[in-house]
Design a protein around this ligand. Sequence first.
Ligand code: SDX
Length: 428
Amino acid sequence: MSKIATLEIDGNKYEFPIIEGTENEFGIDIKALRGSTGGVTTIDPGYKNTGSCESAITFLDGEKGILRYRGYSIEELAEKADFLEVCYLLIFGELPTAEQLEKFDKDIKEESHVDEDMKKILDGFPKSAHPMGVLSSLTSALIAFNPGSVDVDSEEEMYGAIVKILAKFPVLAAWTMRKRKSLPLDYGDNSLGYVENLHKMMFARPNQSYVADKIVNDALDKLLILHADHEQNCSTSTVRIVGSSHAGLFASLSAGISALWGPLHGGANQAVIEMLEAIKADGGDTAKYIAKAKDKNDPFRLMGFGHRVYKNFDPRAKIIKKSAEEVLGSLGIEDPVLDIAKGLAEVALKDEYFVKRKLYPNVDFYSGIIYRALGIPTEMFTVMFALGRLPGWIAQWREMRLRKEPIGRPRQIYIGENYRAFKSISER
Ligand code: SDX
């Protein structure tokens, strides 16, 4: 690949360097574009062709279905690592030694209390409030109780904010579920591991002893690993751009949670189950829904299908599909929507419409089936996605701040009215 890109406008030639990443990716560095061309900019709605940054955290190859965190394959991490190790790997760049992991775990546990007054904020929400809206609000509200986590410039100050949010976020997430079930708020148990503690905070019942289930906790740990980072997706880009104004980590995460909520992004895992349930209620007629998905006049989309980057299978979907079959088998659960999901995928993957557009099942297509088998309510599915994505958001925010990236401020092409003089109301 050449090291220089040449642009010609009105007979004038402009040269721009081509930068190369470590995985055979190339980007035209247009930092000098507007200055050298007298103001010409680029347009790329949805940033389908535009890189926002150089990053060393996650590598995706959409054509080959490759996903790696800091060079380690998602397949190996899902099989051999636990979620807290992956949190450390994503944020600090290396798998932790036993000592590093022990200190990380201890530092997080020391921050696992949440100010009692936060409960007053939670009390203000109706039980019907969507957990993602509650979680985004509570994450932002945490700032008021942790003001020292806002202006963090040194690595040490950032570390303090990072362990705080890693500790408190699972508590807030569990509270969003318990609020809807009118259950007393649980603070968890520091004698447990990170994921076991999360599960206990979500499911412990007053007046009942809590019994941990290894199958459930292992499945949850794997799901969180699979969701942990995914380079510059919508919510991560949101975290980066909010963080680029130095609004602080918690404010940036609160914005990222809101972006993830959308049904085209993390909210798809809830939308998939709702879609599968609708198909089941409609007699399981998958052909009808495949036809609806292909009909340009029908707003229906096959939720959990398609991806901006993966134009081949989403490696996470493959692992989750296998895990769903294992978990349901181990727990002795027969869930008819799993068969409907498999049936839909089988038909779609042979259908010209989906093949031509390279639409494959994505991470959200099967994940809800496992969450449901683990007893997690549908409206909590995207909260589970946020719990998994937390370390990725943190890692990307930290990288952006340590690299001292400039404030994010895209340009535009104005297509509105030219100058016109003001008219008084009598003249209009
Ligand atoms: C996540 O970016 C990430 O990395 C995200 C994520 C992460 O880990 O952070 O991987 C998590 O968000 C996964 C995606 C979850 N969303 C869904 O499952 C919602 C359903 N999928 C789509 O809405 C869509 O596929 C997107 C949003 C995922 C991707 O959209 P793009 O890249 O903008 O593609 P597009 O909308 O321009 O679609 C291209 C074509 C269009 O048809 P034509 O106009 O070319 O005829 O494919 C069609 C679309 O109509 N299409 C679909 C479809 N997805 C795309 N048609 C039917 N069903 C679908 N699901």
